[in-house]
Design a protein around this ligand. Structure first.
Ligand code: ADP
Ligand code: TPW
Ligand code: MG
Length: 599
């Protein structure tokens, strides 16, 4: 009998009591007095997680967390087992982003911990709330470097990469540790939290009656953080004085679920908006006040820009470059240290966006806007022109053979726009940029991509997290290189029979498949993959419905069928190897030295 089975038999006391928090959903009968009155740290951990409302865990198990995963599953925590910890972490992060509660990742010690930590670090950078729980080995030989099993000083390695890191050494501390990790993940600016649980702590035994006293009902796990009234007044005065104002909506606004409040504010003031990539759809991309196609004009001409849950980071040229040096910024953010980090912010408003927008909406009747009446019409005219040009580009490429990115997207765009409730996951270089530009979003939190770090290798994990957290259909549009980072976890989509369609744009490489090996030694060029690879056969191996498509009409039919199927589907889209260009070439730093590079 495994420890987990043993546990199930002997230690039911913890799982059968009603919970103080009342939100764990365990409605089992009262414990029988015949049960041995002892529990392990693993029981306590499972119970503590349920008490704060955790109902799903993503992970990959082994020593020392296997038994814990069985216990947690038994106690009503859905366990989604992955093939690689990084992907389980991406799933947990996406779960956190979409639900505004921490996603949970479970890893084993040493390499499993490190594999998962990449995703927890990425979650921290992106302000997604998640908790990585990792088993760790016995501490004493780790600290003395005595070569213990999977010995690694995990807590200290995690610290610089996460929002907060804790270690729990004894079962008595587990409920407190879980609540602290939870609060750290979602309070203020959300982020990744590391919770180290040592093997002795997991395996320790306590009397149930004593353990029962450890649990408490945490009050207000994510408190509102209303802004200071003076900050709201300062911001409103500046906004009311603006001739050419604009709102930049970031994924912080998507996370905060403030679409209705933003909509009210935009409608009441008439101020146009511009979404960042993952904020597409918070307000409709093609709404009358959308300035999505006028990014340069906003940067060059707006006199007052409101940043709503968006950082002035590299994705907004750090407020430099094209930006008008006279533009004044209002920044609505929960994180005070974000203010002035790249550019002077005239009116910072620190608070949670929901409270902040409430305060701004309440103040609005006291102000009269001074917007130039020609500003919005000029953006609308420009939008029409830009969109017509863009549509022409899609039409011009619609029948190209072999297909290029635009051909494929001319087929995909109408299908996705006719299914607005499908969540779109997207990574790659050209595959990312072109899909983002081509597909209009009309619902919030329906676009998840490689985001702030522009990392490859979020695709399968994020698609799984999105499908599990929402129950919605997901379409992941992946470059062939991007897919390679997480491809094996397509099998996880299949094992859990998730409604996820993976569309792979195969142009045979990173950026494209026509790189040239300058040495002539016969090896592939650094950017070259395999344009003849049949990714659909990988899907066949795991029982997915698969398609190999070479024309836009095949692609459109396949995608429609796939979405209707609501199960695992892989569509291998054959592009030409010459489709796509290198992005972010650093040749401008030294044009002469790098001009011979052929990608
Ligand atoms: P994008 O990439 O879409 O521009 P960023 O990730 O750069 O978005 O910025 C998101 C911002 O939103 C962060 O500065 C973060 O502090 C902020 N944020 C996150 N949650 C909230 C919230 N509930 N209220 C206000 N600001 C928030
Ligand atoms: C973790 C560098 C940026 S974009 C990209 C790589 C490897 C792949 C682009 O090729 P793909 O798309 O996906 O086939 P397409 O349509 O342009 O051909 N390692 C990590 N992150 C990043 N960003 C890279 C490498 C990179
Ligand atoms: Mg490619």
């Amino acid at each position: 009998m495994t420890t987990a089975q043993n546990n199930k038999k002997n230690n039911s006391t913890m799982s059968t009591n009603t919970t103080p928090a009342g939100n764990c959903g365990c409605n089992a009968p009262k414990p029988s007095p015949a049960y041995p009155a002892q529990v392990t740290g693993m029981d306590i951990l499972a119970r503590a997680l349920r008490m704060v409302g955790i109902d799903t865990m993503y992970g990959l198990v082994g020593i020392p967390v296997t038994d814990f995963s069985y216990i947690a599953q038994d106690r009503g925590i859905r366990f989604i087992g992955f093939r690689h910890e990084q992907q389980a972490g991406m799933a947990a992060a996406t779960h956190g982003y979409l639900t505004a509660t921490p996603g949970v990742l479970l890893t084993v010690s040493s390499l499993g911990f490190l594999n998962g930590l990449t995703a927890t670090a990425n979650a921290t950078v992106n302000c997604y709330p998640m908790i990585q729980i990792s088993g760790s080995s016995v501490r004493e030989p780790i600290d003395l470097l005595q070569g213990t099993y999977e010995g690694l000083d995990q807590l200290n390695i995690a610290k610089p990469l996460v929002k907060a890191a804790y270690r729990v050494n004894k079962p008595q501390d587990i409920p407190t540790a879980v609540v602290r990790a939870y609060r750290a993940a979602i309070s203020g600016r959300p982020g990744g939290v590391y919770l180290d649980v040592t093997t002795p702590c997991l395996g320790a035994i306590m009397d149930s009656a004593e353990a029962e006293k450890l649990f408490f009902e945490p009050v207000d796990l994510c408190p509102a953080a209303p802004p200071a009234p003076a900050a709201v007044t300062r911001a409103m005065q500046l906004i009311a004085s603006a001739k050419k104002p604009a709102i930049i909506i970031g994924k912080g606004a998507a996370y905060a679920k403030v679409e209705d409040k933003l909509d009210k504010f935009v409608k009441a003031t008439g101020i146009p908006y511009l979404p960042m990539s993952m904020a597409k759809g918070v307000l409709p991309d093609n709404g009358p006040l959308s300035a999505l196609s006028c990014r340069s004009t906003v940067m060059e001409e707006s006199d007052v820009v409101i940043l709503a849950g968006a950082r002035l980071n590299w994705l907004l040229s750090r407020g430099q470059g094209k930006w008008n040096p006279d533009t004044k910024f209002v920044q609505l953010d929960i994180e005070p240290t974000e203010i002035d980090c790249n550019r002077h912010i005239s009116a910072p408003v620190i608070g949670d966006l929901s409270s902040t927008l409430d305060a701004m909406l309440k103040a609005l009747p006291d102000y009269k806007m001074s917007m130039d009446p020609a500003w919005v019409p000029s953006l609308q005219t420009q939008t029409k022109e830009k969109n017509a040009k863009f549509a022409q580009r899609l039409t011009d490429n619609a029948n190209a053979q072999p297909m290029n990115h635009w051909t494929a997207l001319s087929a995909i765009k109408p299908v996705l726009e006719a299914n607005p409730d499908v969540i779109l996951v997207n990574e790659g270089a050209n595959t990312l940029d072109d899909t983002r530009d081509a597909v209009d979003m009309s619902l919030p939190r329906h676009r998840i991509d490689c985001a702030t770090w522009a990392i490859m290798g979020m695709g399968m994990g994020s698609a799984i997290g999105a499908a599990v957290a929402t129950g919605k259909s997901v379409v992941a549009i992946e470059g062939d290189s991007a897919f390679g980072f997480s491809g094996m976890d397509f099998s996880t989509i299949c094992r859990f029979k998730l409604p996820v369609t993976v569309v792979i744009f195969n142009n045979g490489g990173i950026y494209n498949g026509i790189g040239v090996n300058l040495s002539g030694n016969g090896d592939p060029a650094p950017t070259t993959l395999d344009v003849t690879a049949r990714y659909d056969k990988l899907g066949d191996a795991f029982g997915a419905k698969t398609y190999y498509v070479t024309t836009p009409s095949e692609l459109s039919a396949a995608l429609n069928e796939a979405i209707a199927l609501r199960g695992p589907v892989l569509i291998d889209v054959q592009l030409g190897a010459d489709s796509g260009k290198e992005s972010g070439h650093i040749g401008y730093l030294n044009p002469e030295a790098l001009e011979h590079i052929t990608v």
